[in-house]
Design a protein around this ligand. Structure first.
Ligand SMILES: *Cc1c(COP(=O)(O)O)cnc(C)c1O
Length: 398
């Protein structure tokens, strides 16, 4: 029998990173503000902004830091209400709490996208919105922006896992007031840790630059309108969430790899999705028509699976066949299950739609580097596992 593919190892970092890392190690020049100009972090910011077609970029220590600084830069009142989708990673409500705001959770439908009825109902009274494109799934950005623009409510895009996704040919992360990305190892560009925010708003980025730790006049080393900084000098706290030069040296050569990773990841995903949809037990929801995905994993729902035990039996059968499946709502202490976010003030909200989805939604890694045989192995294992776990029940049950 063929061996199960390794879906955990990262791609090697491009060789061209080596010379720059050597140079930095030789000189010891690791702090972004030591060199008078052209520090690797500053160059990364210029290159990333150009790649995305945004005016400004600020590289920081993580996407969580980018989300936190974005909220701070919006200058919201204490206990401001920030709408977030109820299906996201715990880092998102954490950033909201960290910024002294209150997360308000919005229902997510069976297709992993924000339920627009619940969104519209909860929007009045909100001070800001974070749209988390969880696992790269894009909610209806046209409807969201129309509602938020009409109400004058700023939108932050959490595009941690959406680099390369487009909506009506617009790059995800450039639709809201600010977009935040992650360079943590499980994302499309891998620096171990790191994040970046992009925006066209000079005032917002100036505030974020200072709060990220541009103390004294270090803001002069940012490619941002210099006159706005005078307004904020000495008036904002410094949270020191800067990126260091070694991270930028690892990230910059990967920018040229993004297009290939997006293309291969999308082809892999669509190939496996077609196979899984041939099973009566498995369903991969369609993207909304304006979305072009950039996936490095696949999510699907178990269909007609009545009990949690049957869903667990499926996950066990898949593992026995060499493919690890996470059912978001069934693994203990899962960081993507909203009922585990006990650090949010108040009681766990009642979100029956999202809860139902999480109890049957499965997650399988599908890195862009996988080959056809490996994709076939994964699809066959999942389809056979569904037969193992549910087929018998159907044959004898009714
Ligand atoms: C990974 C991820 C984050 C957090 O990114 P970090 O860089 O690890 O802080 C936030 N939101 C989503 C949707 C993510 O996938």
């Amino acid at each position: 029998m063929a061996l199960a593919p390794n879906v955990y190892d990262a791609e090697p970092i491009p060789d061209t990173a080596r010379a720059e890392i050597d140079r930095l190690l030789q000189s010891g020049d690791l702090f972004r503000y030591t060199a008078p100009e052209n520090a690797p972090v500053a160059l990364l910011e210029q290159e990333f902004a150009a790649l995305m077609g945004s005016k400004y970029a600020l590289a920081v220590s993580s996407c969580s830091a980018a989300l936190f600084l974005s909220l701070c830069a919006l200058d919201l009142p204490k206990d401001a209400r920030v709408l977030i989708p109820a299906f996201t990673f715990a880092a998102v409500p954490s950033a909201v709490v960290h910024a002294n705001c209150l997360p308000v959770l919005v229902e997510v439908a069976g297709n992993y996208r924000i339920d627009m009825e619940d969104f519209a109902a909860k929007l009045p009274g909100a001070d800001a919105v974070i749209i988390s494109h969880m696992r790269g799934h894009t909610s209806d950005m046209d409807a969201i922006m129309a509602l938020c623009d009409a109400a004058g409510i700023p939108v932050i895009e959490d595009a941690a896992h959406s680099l390369g996704t487009t909506w009506n040919n617009r790059k995800i992360g450039t639709i809201g007031r600010v977009g935040c990305f992650s360079f943590q190892s499980y994302k499309l560009v891998n620096a171990g840790e790191g994040g970046i925010l992009i925006t066209d708003d000079a005032d917002l980025v100036a505030r974020a630059v200072i709060m990220s730790g541009a103390y004294e006049h270090n803001w002069k080393k940012h490619a941002v309108l210099q006159e706005v900084f005078a307004r904020w000098q000495n008036r904002l706290p410094l949270y020191n969430m800067r990126m260091q030069n070694l991270s930028a040296a690892v990230i910059r050569p990967q920018l040229a790899e993004i297009a290939r990773r997006v293309r291969d990841g999308r082809a892999n995903h669509d190939y496996v999705a077609t196979a899984l949809n041939s099973s009566p037990w498995l369903h991969v929801p369609d993207a909304l028509p304006p979305e072009q995905r950039a996936p490095d994993s696949i999510q699907f729902n178990l269909v007609g699976v009545e009990t949690d035990d049957a869903a667990r039996a499926f996950a066990r059968a898949a593992e026995a066949r060499g493919v690890k499946v996470q059912v978001f709502g069934l693994s203990t202490d899962n960081a993507r299950a909203f009922w585990n976010w006990n650090f949010i003030p108040g009681d766990t909200p009642d979100l029956p739609q999202t809860r139902t989805m999480l109890m049957r939604a499965c997650d399988v890694r599908l890195p862009a580097r996988l080959k056809r045989e490996e994709l076939d192995f994964i699809a066959d294992a999942l389809i056979s596992a569904a037969e193992d776990a549910m087929g018998e029940e159907r044959a004898y049950g009714t």
